[in-house]
Design a protein around this ligand. Structure first.
Ligand SMILES: Nc1ncnc2c1ncn2[C@@H]1O[C@H](COP(=O)(O)OP(=O)(O)OP(=O)(O)O)[C@@H](O)[C@H]1O
Ligand SMILES: [Mg+2]
Length: 351
């Protein structure tokens, strides 16, 4: 598609934005400024009136502290959009937040690049596009998250060379081999950061009759979680409710125990990467051996996961710089180079 001269002028004036719609967090990138919004993907809704009460940080604060008719909804579950109306409300909130900060809001409405989960259906794609248009976008571009992550990690996605990206988010782990602007082989599994938190909750319940909250489980994972034995032993005070007495209880938990709790899910992630490697054409595999497998998403920060994957695949494995913002920065790169990155975008209806 060619850009009309008017589009170019509007493009210069408008504050174009890239959005990573994540299961756990949504990030917004503004051209020329970088990532300006990073908020939980949570929307608080009044169940009786269906009214949206709060979005992002505000909504997350309300979780567990509000009357029962106010519910906190995560519009994305397991990396898939589960509630389109709520997703639209969230997109609108982000777009308006950026647009309103412009001088008198006289600037043209923004062009928006949205990173969407890999493998969503045409109907779902169209729904996201419409949601972004309804939310105030002038033009909408869609890109698959693994592609955006690879671009954000500065992989040469358009070259005739193989690149491999593993994006371990909250809801899904996506493994993709990319060459010549397209995804060659890929795999998506619903085992990622959220599942690791659940593993810790199950472990505490089964081993210690201790009931943990989700936030506590995540804190433990981030503080001492690992996929490979650590050089030094770490412990963490695990606090919850004793299921027998009903009273608060604290247990000092070690990195080794948490590693045990995470074993099964970590193995599922490793298997997905191994299987994708096995399916990759040999020439591309040779390229990937040069450049290494790149890890993105918050799950990339799990201690020793890079080492474990390296052992399992016999390939070098590297963690992308700032793995949590790879997809958002990738959408930003697309905004800066719309002319040259057309081929990596998904087809849209209204453009
Ligand atoms: N230091 C850390 N160690 C381990 N896990 C971490 C760390 N920091 C963040 N995480 C986990 O990363 C996950 C969030 O990652 P990310 O923001 O990439 O997901 P997302 O993009 O919102 O989800 P998805 O891509 O599945 O839609 C959470 O499960 C969080 O607990
Ligand atoms: Mg993500």
């Amino acid at each position: 598609m060619q850009f009309r001269p008017l589009d170019r002028i509007l493009g210069k004036l408008s504050q174009d934005i890239g959005i990573d719609l994540g299961t756990a967090y949504s990030l917004v990138y503004v051209r020329g400024k970088g990532v300006v919004i990073n908020e939980p993907s949570v929307v608080a809704i009044n169940k009786k009136t269906k009214q949206v009460l709060a979005i992002g940080d505000e909504a997350k604060k309300m979780v567990g502290r509000t009357p029962s008719h106010i519910v906190a909804i995560r519009p994305l579950v397991d990396g898939v959009i589960s509630d389109f109306e709520v997703t639209e409300a969230m997109l609108k909130y982000f777009i308006e937040k950026v647009h309103k900060s412009r001088f008198l809001s006289l600037a043209p409405r923004p062009r928006v690049v949205v990173g969407i989960p890999y493998g969503v259906t045409e109907v779902e794609r169209r729904a996201v596009e419409e949601a972004a248009l309804n939310a105030g976008a002038r033009q909408v571009f869609l890109i698959e998250e693994p592609m955006a992550a690879a671009i954000g990690a500065t992989l040469p996605v358009q070259d005739a060379t193989g690149s491999m990206i593993v994006d371990i988010g909250g809801g899904t782990t996506e493994v993709a081999v990319i060459s010549l602007g397209g995804i060659v082989t890929s795999r998506s599994l619903r085992v990622a950061g959220d599942e690791l938190n659940d593993d810790i909750i199950s472990y505490a319940r089964d081993q210690f009759n201790l009931l943990l909250g989700e936030r506590t489980a995540e804190d433990i994972k981030i503080a001492i979680g690992s996929a490979y034995p650590l050089a030094e032993r770490m412990t963490f005070p695990m606090r919850g409710r004793d299921l027998i007495s009903g009273l608060p209880k604290e247990i000092a938990i070690s990195d080794e125990e948490i590693r045990k709790a995470l074993t099964k899910s970590v193995a599922a992630i490793v298997d997905a990467v191994k299987l994708t490697v096995e399916e990759t054409p040999p020439e591309l595999l040779a390229d990937i051996m040069d450049r290494g497998i790149i890890l993105a998403g918050g799950g990339a920060l799990l201690r020793g996961l890079d080492k474990l994957l390296q052992e399992a695949t016999h390939m070098p494995v590297y963690i992308a710089e700032d793995p949590l913002s790879c997809v958002a920065r990738g959408t930003g790169q697309v905004l800066e180079n719309l002319d040259h990155l057309q081929e990596v975008l998904l087809p849209t209806v209204y453009r």
